[in-house]
Structures are given as C-alpha cells and as structure tokens.
Design a protein around this ligand. Structure first.
Ligand code: FAD
Length: 478
C-alpha cells in the first residue's frame, strides 16, 4: 500500500471514535475548531513525505518498497541518527511542537520487538510473531499510532493491585477464547484524538499479585468501549500575529478510558507475564527519551535564536550580561545536541538486531534538558523585556488612530521596523509566556518521565566500579 497523502490521512480519521471535548461528543475531529488544529499539525508528517525537501529523510526505500522512516527498524548508529534528524526536522516544521503521530508509536514497537524476542528466548514465543505482524500492518498502511503508558495511578505509594480502586491501573478483567477484556484508564495520552491506532503498555514493573495489570496490547482508536476525554488546555481562538506558534500548532492529550474493551489475541502483546512488564516499560522509555531529546533540539535552537535576535533589536547585544546569557543558552543547546548524538553513536545492538540508544547518555541528555529549561526561559524573557505580556494588540497596530503611536513609541534600534520587533516579541511571548509556554514547561518537566525518573535511570546505568577502585587506589586502600 502506498504512503498516505495528508488528505487521505485526514479522511481516514472520520470514523466512529468516541471523543468528548468540554462535555460534548466530537463528531468529526478534522473539522472541530480545536481538535482540527491538532489534525492539521499532525498532517505535517504526511506532507513531509511528499515534500522534495524532506522526502529523502522521511521515506525509506527498501528493495523498491517505500515506507515512512519511522517504521524502519534501527540496526546501526546511522539509523538512529537519521531517525533523530527526522524527528528534529518535523518538529522544526511544527514550530517547536513535536508531531509525534509515528515517533511514539514506533518507540513502543521497537520495545515490543526487543521484549517479545526476550520472551521467546525464555520459552514464551507467541508474542514475537504478533508484534512483527502488527508492525508490518502499521508500516504498510502508513498508520498514525499513539501510546498510552501512564496509568492514572491513584495513590502513588501503592502498587496496582493494592489500590483502593482496582481500576486505577489498566487490567485484564476477562480472558476469552478469542481475546481479553480490559478495564481502567490511562492519562495524558498525546495525539490519540488524531491517530488510527493506540498501543497500550504497562507503566511500571509488576509483582506476582499484579498479574492482571501486566498487559500490553493495541486497538484501533475507534474501538467500542474506548472513550477519550480531551483536555481543553490552551484551547481558545488565537490570532497568528499574537500567537505565531500556538495558533497553528497543537497536540491534544486525553484521559483514555477502557470500559471493558475487547482485544483479540492477535493484538495482545503481554497478558499476565509479570516479569516482563518492567522490562517492557523501561525499554519503551529507552527509545522514547531518545525521541524526546531529539524533538527538544528545535526548541533550544529557537531559544538561542530568539534571545540573540531580540538582544540585537533592543540594542543590547554588546552588553556583558547579555553575552553571558547568550553563551549559557548556546552551551545548553550544544550540550544537549552533543549528548543525543553520542547516545546514538554509543548504541548497543540487542536481539533481534535492534540498535538501542545508549541509556546513560540519553537519560543525562533528557535530565540536562529538563532541569535547565526554566532557567533558559528566564534568560530569554530577561533579554526580551516586559512587552512579552504588555504589548498592544494586532488591531492597535493596524488601526489608523493607534497604529502610528504604536509604530513610533514601540520602536527600538534604528532601522528595525516596529512591526518586526512586535512579531519577534510575540514569538517569544507565545513560546515562554502564553498557555503554550506553560505547556512547554510542564512538557519539559514531566513528559517522557519526570525528573526523578531520569536521575534514577542515570544512577542505575552509571558504572561506579572503576571510579571507586581509582579512589581506593589513590587513598592507598587495598
Ligand atoms: C504534555 C504531556 C504529554 C504526555 N504524553 C504522554 C503520552 O503520550 N503517553 C503516555 O503514556 N504518557 C504521556 N505523558 C505522561 C508522562 O510520562 C507523565 O506525566 C510522567 O510520567 C509523570 O507522571 P504523572 O503526570 O502521573 O505525575 P506523578 O507520577 O504523579 O508525579 C508527580 C510527582 O510525584 C513523584 N512520584 C510519583 N510516584 C512516586 C512514588 N511512588 N514515590 C515518590 N515520588 C513519586 C514524581 O517523581 C513527581 O515528582 C505526558 C505528559 C505530559 C505532561
């Protein structure tokens, strides 16, 4: 089957999916005033495959058969680097917002390949063929795939089976000859309002008593019993002059409820094998944090670029404190970019021959990004000045009465048109001080795992033995 066009992608979302937005059932996601923006944003993926500027990166030709690079199984560092480059390129097209409709789904597929292979090696062969068949189906039909890993989790101090409400982690409530029935809810599920498929993974390691919760599977989004309650965050009409990014680019997140959803066996990838729940959760995260840092690079580029451009427009670029801030921003961007590249170069190849980005470097990259993001935002806001939140409206700029006042009094360095200055300030405001700016900040802290999760993984992965031996040797301890 050929690659989908953006038009075919949009048409294919007109199905029986059950989505609620502000208490009302959504009929057609593609024409909905809010969800439709997310559809247009996601269509960037399909547009890039057609665009001669991006086609070489976005599409892989394997023996005359073309498919999206996202579905290409990475076997070498070069494959990981090309994937990272594509993720960054599409995020750049998306105005710093990741597109995600194939990135996250293939992160999950790669993890399923690795874990089902390990299961086969331990005498549980059934899942491996199902994963392969499902991967080929998604690849050959050029499908968009979301991932629901994060359970609602209830009381964080208790495990799945110890929760007062047994449905606070997704679980198997019935096993039938033809499949399983699942109940529960996941949360923060990105892009699922505009994907074809949803992959569900466990969010943590499970104990023997959690067997019903050790479950992984895939369903079409328009599956009976699957209900999506979409977040209205940042959903109000926006003028593209005042909100140059978020007026056009949006991701939707949902509370994703499984109300006794039937899943046929061919779509079940884990059903009670508790010892594989933790490895599956962690293997997904190994790929997904690599994706995360890849899609953060355009955001960091923009912070550097906008910081420098606004300093020049305001005539402060030669000041010592400004150079210091720009140096820190440039170092931040360069450090994260270098770490993610190195994570690809230092990958390991694991059965069945998939390249896994270096976990230590990936987690350090993600932590470096996330722990410094708010400081970077502060520096750019400092360079820009208070007009980020006090500038007049686009209507005032265009008005015959107020336009000349705005043009005269809000000009800065000679030769810089006031409108250009306001455009740049609005870009920085949208990126750092709007609801979208807040979204980016929370995304930085929590998405792909909270800060503590990255620190924990870094601690686990770092090999302390050599440094300790060195310290002991220099101390003269035997
Ligand atoms: C914009 C956005 C998009 C996302 N997209 C997706 C997606 O597409 N798919 C998906 O599956 N997930 C997605 N996520 C979820 C993301 O991975 C989670 O937000 C993240 O793992 C944190 O989980 P939480 O939000 O439930 O917060 P919590 O887990 O409640 O974390 C809040 C705080 O509690 C701490 N904490 C939690 N549990 C414990 C404990 N047992 N002991 C001590 N401290 C604890 C955390 O470290 C943190 O400090 C998304 C999140 C965001 C913000």
């Amino acid at each position: 089957m050929p690659l989908k066009t953006p038009g075919e992608y949009k048409q294919s979302l007109r199905d029986q999916r059950t989505i609620y937005f502000r208490g009302e059932r959504v009929g057609d996601v593609t024409t909905h005033p809010v969800l439709g923006i997310a559809v247009e944003h996601a269509a960037i993926d399909y547009a890039m495959a057609e665009d001669p500027r991006h086609r070489g990166l976005a599409v892989v030709d394997e023996g005359g058969r073309e498919f999206s690079r996202y579905y290409h199984l990475p076997r070498t560092s070069e494959h990981l680097l090309a994937r990272s480059e594509l993720i960054a390129a599409s995020t750049r097209e998306g105005g710093t917002l990741v597109v995600l409709i194939k990135e996250i789904g293939t992160d999950a597929l790669f993890a399923l390949h690795l874990v089902s292979e390990a299961m086969a090696a331990r005498g549980v062969p059934a899942y491996r063929d199902r994963v392969r068949a499902y991967h080929e189906r998604c690849r050959d039909s050029d499908l968009a795939v979301a991932v629901a890993q994060t359970d609602v989790k209830g009381d964080r101090s208790l495990g799945p089976s110890a929760q007062p409400d047994p449905d606070h982690y997704v679980r198997i409530v019935d096993r039938r000859a033809d499949g399983i029935v699942v109940r529960g809810a996941k949360v923060h599920t990105s892009v699922v309002t505009n994907t074809h498929e949803l992959i569900v993974l466990p969010t943590r390691a499970m104990r023997a008593e959690d067997a019903a919760y050790a479950v992984a599977f895939a369903v079409p989004v328009a599956t009976p019993g699957l209900t999506l309650v979409a977040s209205p965050f940042g959903a109000f009409p926006k003028d593209p002059f005042e909100y140059p990014i978020s007026a056009r680019h949006k991701m939707m997140e949902t509370l994703t409820v499984f109300n006794d959803v039937f899943v046929p066996w061919e779509r079940v990838f884990l059903a009670g094998e508790t010892e594989f729940a933790g490895p599956l959760a962690l293997t997904f995260v190994k790929y997904h944090r690599f994706t995360a840092v890849s899609y953060k690079l355009p955001l960091l580029e923009l912070l550097v670029g906008a910081g420098r451009a606004v300093a020049e427009m305001n005539g402060i670029e030669a000041a010592g404190h400004v150079r210091e801030k720009l140096t820190r921003l440039a170092s931040y961007h360069t450090t994260v970019a270098a770490l993610i590249r190195q994570a690809a170069l230092q990958c390991t190849v694991e059965p069945p021959g998939l390249a896994v980005p270096n976990t230590l470097l990936t987690n350090i990259a993600k932590y470096q990004f996330a722990s410094q993001y708010h400081q970077a935002v502060q520096m750019v806001q400092d360079l820009a000045g208070g007009l980020l939140v006090t500038a007049p409206a686009v209507e005032d700029l265009r008005s015959e009465l107020t336009g000349p006042l705005v043009a005269k009094y809000l000009g800065a360095k000679a030769g810089v048109p006031t409108e250009d200055r306001l455009r740049l300030l609005n870009l920085i405001s949208d990126l750092t001080a709007s609801d979208f700016g807040g979204y980016q900040e929370v995304l930085a802290v929590h998405a792909e795992g909270s800060l503590e999760a990255e620190k924990l993984q870094t601690y686990r992965e770092y090999d302390f033995s050599e440094p300790v031996a060195y310290a002991r040797r220099l101390a003269g301890i035997g």
